[in-house]
Design a protein around this ligand. Structure first.
Ligand SMILES: Cc1cc2nc3c(=O)[nH]c(=O)nc-3n(C[C@H](O)[C@H](O)[C@H](O)COP(=O)(O)O)c2cc1C
Length: 188
């Protein structure tokens, strides 16, 4: 198996992080990998917002957790009530990829960029976890106001399509969760 495949297979959603900051050189490589993802008609209709100010992360966390607490999905409400729960898992770095809703396929573009970033992070020994609370909270008027109040703004008209926490794993990488195998049709 080559190194790329093995990195893809090794990536896990990491939910416990050390507080140490992600190195600047590593962050730049991850962003470079993100910016090289394919986009519909090469529009690259995106913006990468990197938040590593601990105070700002803490405040954003408080706002985003309300997206879970106020969700219609019972499982999300329950998880958010668990003692010590953090939507960002106390990671030292959050990346939000916002995109232009008027582009051809902004959600696909931003998601592909985030996956590139996650794979790049894995290759550098950095863990990651997608965090849906950012998009869920931003989708509400209350959430938009909270982001603006905290100064987390995006280019005009852009909205967040992908968000993930990054950091050095506090524990060994989690076991691979079950992955479906009966989901492939090959037509020769
Ligand atoms: C669209 C999307 C939303 C997700 N939202 C969350 C989330 O809000 N919190 C979280 O801990 N994990 C989230 N995840 C991570 C999944 O739970 C995880 O990818 C899945 O359980 C498989 O585990 P693995 O990533 O370790 O292979 C999300 C993943 C995707 C693709």
């Amino acid at each position: 198996m080559n190194e790329t495949i093995s990195t893809i297979l090794r990536r896990r959603s990491v939910r416990a992080y050390r507080p140490d900051p992600v190195g600047q050189a590593e962050l730049e490589l991850m962003l470079e990998a993100g910016r090289h993802a394919p986009t519909a008609m090469n529009q690259q209709p995106w913006h990468f917002t990197v938040i590593r100010n601990p105070e700002l992360l803490g405040k954003l966390e408080e706002h985003c957790i309300s997206a879970f607490l106020e969700s219609k999905v019972e499982a999300l409400r329950e998880v958010a009530k668990m003692e010590g729960f953090s939507v960002f898992y106390h990671a030292p770095l959050l990346v939000i990829i916002s995109g232009d809703p008027a582009a051809l396929a902004p959600q696909n573009d931003c998601t592909l960029a985030m996956e590139n970033m996650m794979i790049a992070a894995t290759s550098l020994g950095i863990g990651s976890c997608w965090t849906n609370a950012v998009m869920m909270h931003y989708a509400t008027d209350k959430g938009k106001a909270a982001f603006a109040e905290l100064g987390v703004t995006f280019p005009k008209g852009y909205q967040p399509y992908a968000a993930a926490a990054f950091g050095y794993p506090a524990e060994p990488y989690p076991e691979t969760p079950p992955k479906k195998a009966d989901c492939i049709t090959i037509m020769d």
